[in-house]
Ligand binder design. Sequence first.
Ligand SMILES: [Fe+2]
Ligand SMILES: [Fe+2]
Length: 309
Amino acid sequence: MNALDYRSFADSWEERATIRTRPRRRLEDDQRLIYPLSRQPLVLSATFQRACPHLRDFVLVQSLYKFINDVVIFETEIVDRTARRIAKDRFTVRFPFACRYDAMTVVVDEDYHALVAMDFLQQTIALTGLEPIALPTEIELSRAIPTALAQVPETLRDALELICVGIAENTLTDDVAAFARDDTVKPSVKGLMADHLLDEGRHSSFWARLTRIYWQAAPEVDRQMIAQVLPVFLGQYLTNDIQQAFDFNLIEALPVSETLRQSLREEVLGLAYPINHQHPLLGNILRFFRSSSMLESPCVQEALRGYLP
Ligand SMILES: [Fe+2]
Ligand SMILES: [Fe+2]
């Protein structure tokens, strides 16, 4: 595919974008969970279940706050930034108007997702009376993208940024899906996730198509330089450091003994996924490398050797 074959999804955006089609969602005051247990395994750990199961809802509410905080950072500081520069033709990689128009719909969608997330933050505080504990000021991508960009020449930075955001926008998808299927969770929270997922389906193919357009036209030497940096990016993107620091803060905030805190910290240390092909996001990441055609290049196959099953 080259840039001239690009077909805009503007019509389906008009018909399906959640900002065009969804009413405001209200958080239900019921007995259901505010955040899925599967997304906060600390509460499922043996120590937690035995020693402090009554603190479950506090942990889940705080975990929802972190999730919301992550969404706002991701949407406004990462995706918005890149999509906006593409839309305004301020990107080293040039795209035709149809791509730039679609990029602007991504900007609108992402800023709307951030707004909806902030709405849920305020609704949750109002419903539970719980204020968030100190939340992280960055997400994994806030470090992984600048680190990767610093390793390529200036002229390749936008192309690499496109690929990094493309990877990130293709991993969020299943992450959010796990949420939407869980029947123990409040319908409004699931609805929020389902809305988001609907928009992200459009985005994931948008980023894959733009990356494909870039990659097919890129000189081999540029491809090789970019491929070499992919393991650096993935290593930082898939790290568990920020989640772990948050979980430790959360444990600190629990009204329990220091001995129990220590046991809970040990449970958290056992939760990290290995950063290799066993990581749960790897399936989606490889799908992006396939759909963008990048994985057809020997230099990419070579660079990703540690991540291929
Ligand atoms: Fe989004
Ligand atoms: Fe997105």
